[in-house]
Write a protein that binds this ligand. Structure first.
Ligand SMILES: Cc1ncc(COP(=O)(O)O)c(C=O)c1O
Length: 395
């Protein structure tokens, strides 16, 4: 630290603009901050009933939603072990770091993963899904597993189009979808899009701390668990669904996070999901306007696939995103998302999801614009102005 920096002090809230965990609203924090109650008592049973109904509305499903006291990775594993058997073939797509990590989970569980390579800058190609499934005449592929919003790249895959591709191929594979960074941020319809298992987590669009994750099921997924023989115990839907019918859990739930979940669901419902999605779209468009005005590139190469939750920005060759983010954290108390996996030290990510508003976005962009100058990254000024103009324009 230089002597001029060491005399500079910071007050006010930290800016947590990584693409999740997202900022936890005070209302949710206050809901969590209560004495823990008996998870086998009547008050908790009533809460369980309200939560399961509220979650179904957010996933847009009439089928059950399972809640785990776990991070998103647990819900990835749950989706696989409840529906598949050792050696089963799964079709996955290399859209980024999280698709790659989910592939690793599937491999570790003894599944035979067909991993379609990708350059991380585009979403899943539905035509590729259709072609691969048509080639699979014996229907050996049991599931297609995709990430809706790639948090490492800010690239979205079209879930409805992938379902249509599976149907066009006349293939019975289950469709498993990761919505860890899209649920509560972007339009998502579990039933209408014919998804069999939706995987989600608490710490992004649901505005909670990390620690809860979810599987939304379909009737076909529930039937698949009868045949699936991968070993499972903690993740088993059977025990969970049977306990949930009695408004209980098979083991101790994360009681206080569930208090927070109720507050978060109420906030989403009061705002209205469509307005929540429109808010995210608007902030994402303004963030992209800033990036373009800086003369920097957008990592996502498909204009139809830009994420509403985050924007990923590659730096010009020879410039380190790690150093940029370190400078911005030190000087402005603003945390941005790092480059993950293959794009480590190349791409930084701006999270604009969850409990977020116009001035938080402008503050974030101002921090980045000043950071670009401090880090000596070639750019033009005016990103914040461009974002303001975008925010003032009718959608
Ligand atoms: C799209 C996506 N899937 C899965 C995960 C893994 O979730 P967790 O880190 O909560 O285990 C993440 C985490 O950021 C993610 O963004």
């Amino acid at each position: 630290m230089t002597s001029s920096q060491s005399t500079r002090s910071q007050r006010g809230r930290h800016f947590l603009q990584i693409p999740g965990p997202s900022n936890v609203p005070d209302r949710v924090l206050r809901a969590i901050d209560r004495p823990t109650i008996d998870h086998r008592g009547p008050e908790f049973e009533a809460l369980t009933e309200r939560l399961l109904a509220g979650l179904a509305r957010v996933f847009r499903t009439r089928s059950p939603v399972v809640v785990y006291p776990a991070s998103g990775t647990g819900a990835w594993e749950a989706a696989l072990v409840n529906t598949l058997s050792p050696g089963d073939q799964v079709l996955m797509f290399e859209t980024g770091q999280f698709a790659s990590l989910w592939r690793n989970v599937a491999g570790a569980l003894g599944l035979a993963v067909g991993f379609v390579p990708g350059n991380w800058r585009r979403g899943v190609d539905p035509a590729e899904v259709e072609a691969r499934l048509r080639q699979d005449r014996p229907h050996a592929i049991r599931a297609v597993a995709i990430v809706h919003n790639e948090t490492s790249t800010g690239v979205v895959s079209d879930v409805a189009a992938v379902r249509q591709a599976i149907d066009r191929a006349g293939h019975p594979a289950l469709l498993l979808v990761d919505t860890v960074s899209s649920l509560g941020c972007m339009d998502y319809r579990h039933d209408e899009w014919g998804v069999d298992v939706t995987v989600a987590g608490s710490q992004k669009g649901l505005m909670l701390p990390p620690g809860l994750s979810f599987n939304a099921l379909s009737e076909r997924a529930i039937q698949a668990q009868e045949r699936a023989t991968l070993p499972r115990s903690y993740w088993s839907w059977r025990e969970m669904l049977s306990a949930n019918k009695d408004r209980r859990f098979p083991y101790t739930p994360a009681t206080n996070l569930l208090f927070g979940l109720e507050a978060a669901l109420q906030m989403l419902e009061q705002e209205g999901l469509e307005r929540v999605f429109a808010r995210h779209r608007r902030h994402a468009a303004a963030a992209r306007a800033a990036v373009r005005a800086w003369g920097l590139e957008l990592w996502c190469q498909d204009p139809a696939a830009h994420s509403s939750s985050l924007t990923a920005v590659p730096l010009p060759d020879g410039h380190s995103e790690v150093r940029l983010r370190e400078l911005i954290l030190e000087r402005f108390d603003l945390s941005l998302g790092s480059g993950l996996g293959k794009v480590k030290d190349k791409v930084f990510r701006i999270g604009h999801l969850g409990d977020f508003n116009d001035l938080m976005l402008l503050g974030t962009l101002a921090g980045i614009e000043m950071g670009l100058t401090l880090a000596g990254v070639p750019h033009q000024r005016g990103g914040v102005d461009a974002a303001m103009s975008q925010l003032l324009s009718p959608e």
